[in-house]
Design a protein around this ligand. Structure first.
Ligand code: NAP
Length: 292
């Protein structure tokens, strides 16, 4: 695979920084410029060798970019697309790592206009509760799924190019329709984050919160792990995927109401059957993952 001459990463955090590090390590990029928000994070990215240059301005840095990766929170993407549209060379490719796809694609269409064909949307299913350049690391994507949601306008060669770069990072690439992507991830990612944030918030607001937390064990720790995630990033994801997330919340609340009714009725046998079905489904899921 030929190397990228100039990669511009907008948002040099956990995901954008890790992508740049992997490509650099493999000689798949000659020069990386970082753009973002705080100077402190970009300076740190430079010190860590993630980027070679700090961009003073996204538009100026984009002028000779071959590939631009958008790795900012999804709510920040519309402004970045708008900044890029005038500046990018016509043959530059653009991709992203946003956790939601329909809103990012809509923002790209609005910002890039007729150049939308050069935008290949993507979402790596790899993450952590840490953020910023400091959190970036080589190998983050190894063995992890990477979902492409290509556009009708995309050239097959451009999609293949983005796919090849993610494969080089060790990701297992799959393709999905953007709407389906947003529905699936509302259920398996966005809803669990909301549930974890809500449980932590509810307990933390109690007068005796410190007593509860002192005795909370590993089950509580596992359930609430993702409440340690970046609030700004999750605000954007929740708002962007509001429709699908409301559907999933309603389904979950209805199931909790079922559980509540069984409890109220002292129906231990029905509760046990529900728990057994849930355990079997989880064991099957974990078993299938172990064979992947
Ligand atoms: P991150 O570590 O917080 O990095 C995001 C970077 O974007 C930060 O360096 C931040 O700058 C910068 N930024 C924030 N707002 C900006 C703005 N308005 N303009 C310019 N730069 C801005 O976050 P991340 O985990 O890498 O997530 C980046 C993207 O990947 C998000 O779209 C997220 O949905 C997606 N994603 C995340 C995960 C995950 O689990 N973390 C997984 C898959 C996809 P500062 O440092 O100055 O704040």
């Amino acid at each position: 695979m030929s190397a990228i001459d100039h990669l511009l990463v907008v948002g040099v955090g956990l995901i954008g920084g890790s992508f740049a590090l992997d490509l650099k390590r493999q000689g798949l990029v000659r020069r990386v410029t970082g753009a973002g928000r705080s100077a402190a994070n970009l300076v740190r990215a430079h010190e860590l060798g993630i980027i070679d240059t700090v961009a003073a301005d996204v538009g100026i840095a984009a002028r000779d970019a071959d590939l631009v990766l958008l790795a900012v929170p999804v709510g920040a993407m519309p402004a970045v697309f708008a900044q890029l549209s005038e500046a990018l060379p016509t043959d530059a490719l653009i991709t992203d790592v946003g956790s939601t796809k329909c809103d990012v694609i809509a923002a790209a269409r609005a910002g890039l206009g007729p150049r939308i064909a050069r935008f290949v949307p993507a979402h790596p299913i790899a993450g952590a509760e840490r953020s910023g350049a400091e959190a970036a690391r080589v190998g983050l994507f190894v063995g992890k799924p990477l979902i492409l949601t290509p556009l009708a306008e995309n050239d097959a060669a451009d999609v293949a190019r983005i796919e090849a770069l993610w494969r080089a990072c060790g990701a297992e690439v799959a393709r999905m329709d953007a709407r389906e992507h947003d529905h699936v991830f509302a259920a398996v990612s966005h809803l669990p984050h909301l549930a974890a944030f809500a449980l932590m918030e509810e307990l933390a607001g109690r007068p005796q919160a410190s007593t509860y937390f002192r005795y909370a064990g590993s089950g509580f720790r596992d359930f609430t792990r993702i409440a340690g995630s970046h609030p700004e990033m999750w605000r954007d994801i929740a708002v962007a995927n509001r429709g699908a997330l409301l559907d999933e919340l309603d389904a979950y609340i209805a199931k909790l109401q079922d559980v509540r009714a069984l409890l109220q009725q002292h129906d231990g046998a029905a509760l046990e059957r529900l728990f057994a079905r849930a355990r079997a489904a989880r064991r099957e899921w974990i078993g299938n993952r172990n064979h992947e």
